[in-house]
Ligand binder design. Structure first.
Ligand code: SME
Length: 152
């Protein structure tokens, strides 16, 4: 299966998994688990939730992670400030990267907006340098759009 086929399959599976449920935490938990088991080369997959202007750990799969991140700090904090998806091919070359897991070498973070407000971030980490590309970004953005459509 190539990357775009993998994301197409994942989209169908996510649609089935979220159908009829609008709870953010339940859906974020299942979406993390689905991504974790479907995409190769991941060391972490999950959500950070915006709470009172702070980025707080949400449902995820992988090793325990940093609980609170200040806006503007690290990859997640940068995405929370800019509101734009970010691919970091080599986290060691990213100033301020927060190393929750020393094995993480590349990362992609996407913002989730609801009614114009940033509500969460989707964060994927990999032990491989350059694991994520624009195709991953597009694929993950469509999964995020589906997730947002299902919220109450
Ligand atoms: N590396 C992230 C922190 C979160 S973990 O990767 C799960 C960052 O710099 O924002």
């Amino acid at each position: 299966m190539n990357k775009s086929e993998r994301y197409e399959k994942l989209y169908g599976e996510l649609a089935a998994l979220l159908a009829g449920e609008s709870d953010l935490v339940a859906n974020a938990a299942n979406m993390s688990a689905l991504i974790w088991q479907s995409l190769p080369g991941l060391s972490w997959a999950g959500f950070y939730l915006m709470k009172d202007g702070e980025i707080v750990l949400g449902p995820f799969q992988g090793k325990p992670a940093c609980v609170r991140i200040s806006t503007g700090r690290g990859v997640c904090g940068t995405v929370a400030s800019t509101g734009k998806s970010l691919i970091v091919p080599d986290v060691r070359a990213f100033p301020g990267h927060i190393a929750c897991d020393a094995a993480s070498r590349s990362e992609i973070v996407l913002p989730l907006f609801r009614e114009g407000m940033l509500i969460a971030l989707l964060d994927l980490d990999s032990p491989e340098v350059g694991r994520f590309d624009e195709e991953d970004q597009r694929g993950l953005e469509s999964l995020v759009a589906l997730f947002l459509e299902n919220l109450a």
